[in-house]
Design a protein around this ligand. Structure first.
Ligand SMILES: NC(=O)c1ccc[n+]([C@@H]2O[C@H](COP(=O)([O-])OP(=O)(O)OC[C@H]3O[C@@H](n4cnc5c(N)ncnc54)[C@H](O)[C@@H]3O)[C@@H](O)[C@H]2O)c1
Length: 264
């Protein structure tokens, strides 16, 4: 505990259960002195355990579908009422592919599903930033982080249209970063996380093998959800106020490797 976020306030999207990267980040942010608002879909509230996190973090839960601009507007309005003004940070930890859920291979994607994948996992980030910007909801030097994966940059078997969504997410990060940085010095980054055994992660075909492969190839082994949470906290803190429009790897060194004696 270093009080890295003392006095800071923010919204955390995407805590479904205690495996979620967002859950760990909520705990880490509160541990570091932040006040938070939690948000997820109505379905996630029914299927998951976010109310336990809400109690632990003394944080209200505001239901919002990240693909709905109306929901996002209401969420930001309610958050500003709760915090009595602007806030400092937002975590977008949201992703879902109906094509992956239904095991449809990449070469024969269902395009209605693909539109959903892109909307939930990437366009929602543009919608969120657009609402925050229009409402001037973030304080100067605020920080916004979304979660990415190396399949945005390199081909990864089984990641299907989520790879396209992550590439779009990283592009939105760069493009909105230029706009929000100039007006409010708000920084926008993605963290590219190691394979992690969460609800979303476990849904990917071959995840067990990919997890094991990445763990053996990475000199530091896979980064855990707790490692990711600690890294995100630094990105919300004042110690990273000149870092923006980056895709930052939290992956134990995986992205710099091609092979190693451990996997040959
Ligand atoms: N698990 C991994 O291996 C891994 C690796 C790199 C990046 N990521 C990314 O991390 C992020 C968080 O995923 P996770 O691994 O913690 O899994 P998770 O299943 O715990 O979290 C995904 C969250 O997205 C939410 N969500 C889905 N549709 C939504 C919508 N329309 N509106 C609002 N929320 C919605 C879900 O309710 C859930 O809380 C995702 O962006 C994921 O792609 C995960």
């Amino acid at each position: 505990m270093a009080d890295l976020l003392k006095g800071k306030k923010g919204i955390i999207f995407g805590a479904l259960n205690d495996k979620s990267i967002a859950w760990k980040t909520a705990e880490a942010a509160v541990r570091e002195g932040a006040e938070i608002v939690l948000t997820n879909t109505a379905m996630a509230l029914r299927l998951g355990t976010i109310n336990a996190l809400s109690e632990k973090c003394k944080a209200p839960v505001i239901v919002a579908d990240a693909t709905s601009v109306t929901d996002l507007e209401a969420l930001v309005d309610e958050t500003m009422v709760h915090f009595e003004g602007k806030f400092d940070f937002v975590l977008h930890s949201v992703g879902m592919s109906p094509n992956i859920r239904k095991s449809i291979p990449y070469e024969s994607l269902n395009y209605d599903f693909m539109n959903k994948t892109l909307d939930i996992s990437a366009i929602s980030f543009h919608k969120l930033l657009s609402v925050l910007y229009a409402k001037d909801a973030l304080k100067d030097n605020g920080s916004v982080v979304a979660l990415s994966y190396i399949a945005a940059d390199r081909a990864v078997a089984g990641y299907s249209d989520m790879a396209d969504a992550k590439a779009l997410l990283q592009s939105v990060t760069r493009n909105f970063g230029t706009i929000y940085g100039r007006r409010n010095r708000v920084r926008i980054n993605t963290v590219s996380q190691s394979p992690t055994m969460t609800s979303a992660g476990s849904g990917i075909a071959g995840m067990d093998k990919m997890f094991d492969y990445a763990d053996r190839l990475s000199p530091l082994g896979n980064a855990s959800a707790d490692d990711c949470a600690d890294y995100i906290v630094t990105l919300f803190s004042d110690y990273t106020r000149a870092i923006t429009m980056q895709n930052l790897y939290n992956d134990g060194g995986f992205s710099s490797m091609i092979t190693s004696s451990e996997i040959l």
